[in-house]
Design a protein around this ligand. Structure first.
Ligand code: ZN
Ligand code: FE
Length: 260
């Protein structure tokens, strides 16, 4: 199996997984990069997976389905170009001889889902396609969900095995890491990881996929219960002494929204 991020628009990745004969794509916001990749590698499109309804993730779905007849799978709770097989937590998608488990990860949008391929599932490592829920060093904006929902969704992703390759839908890593460093200036894992990502971007390489074990060490949104992060949030925002975890998370997310 080969995993390839296809760049789209300014900072999206359309993830493609293929076995040299057939491919699946995740969140094709634009059809053209997918058509180009299919033609270049002589691949048949076997399935189209969609994590949430935003146009930069769905804009190419109709053209790809019409040209290839590939079935479309997407969240049950959102408006996805039809026909689309609706999925929710506990469902699975079989494609390329692989079985992907569906996770509900609301927060960025109300019905956002992720696709998880466990270890032993036919790829060398576990994989998760998480759309705009978890980014390297960051997380998606809360457009439709609550902070408590997003925190629970990130907890569910963070509980996957540490060697899981996290396939995020945007190359936001360097700007996320600037914020992460403001939150945890003394996190040496973060300093090292930032240098690695800067080197990759300097030669125009993706920083993704990222490894879940790394994200647990460097991503402030997976670390909102750590003393260092808690202390930084408290120094930045006025929180009651007995603030709930979701309130701390909300203040962290707000800090990032305002961060320049
Ligand atoms: Zn989105
Ligand atoms: Fe997006």
């Amino acid at each position: 199996m080969t995993l390839v991020p296809l760049p789209a628009f300014t900072d999206n990745y359309i993830w493609m997984l293929h076995d040299r004969a057939a491919a699946i794509v995740v969140d094709p916001g634009d059809a053209q990069p997918v058509f180009d990749a299919l033609a270049r590698d002589h691949l048949q499109l076997a399935a189209i997976l969609v994590t949430h309804h935003h146009a930069d993730h769905t804009g190419g779905v109709a053209a790809l389905r019409e040209a290839t007849s590939a079935p479309v799978f997407g969240p049950a709770g959102e408006r996805i170009p039809q026909p689309c097989t609706p999925l929710r937590q506990g469902d699975h998608v079989d494609a390329l001889g692989l079985r992907f488990n569906v996770l509900d990860v609301p927060g960025h949008t109300a019905g956002h889902i992720a696709f998880y391929l466990p270890s032993g599932g036919g790829h060398a490592t576990p994989l998760v396609f998480c759309g705009d829920t978890l980014f390297s060093g960051g997380c998606g904006r809360l457009f439709e969900g609550t902070p408590a929902q997003m925190l629970a969704s990130l907890d569910a992703l963070a509980a996957l095995p540490g060697d899981t390759q996290v396939c995020c839908a945007h190359e936001y890593t360097l700007s996320n890491l600037r914020f992460a460093q403001a939150v945890e200036p003394d996190n040496s894992d973060l300093t090292q990881y930032t240098a690695r990502c800067q080197a990759l971007r300097a030669i125009d390489q993706p920083t993704l996929p990222t490894q879940l074990a790394v994200e647990r060490l460097i991503n402030p949104f997976l670390r909102s219960r750590e003393a260092s992060v808690l202390q930084a949030v408290r120094a930045h925002a006025d929180l009651p002494a007995d603030a709930a975890e979701a309130e701390v998370f909300a203040a962290l997310r707000q800090w990032k929204n305002d961060f320049r």
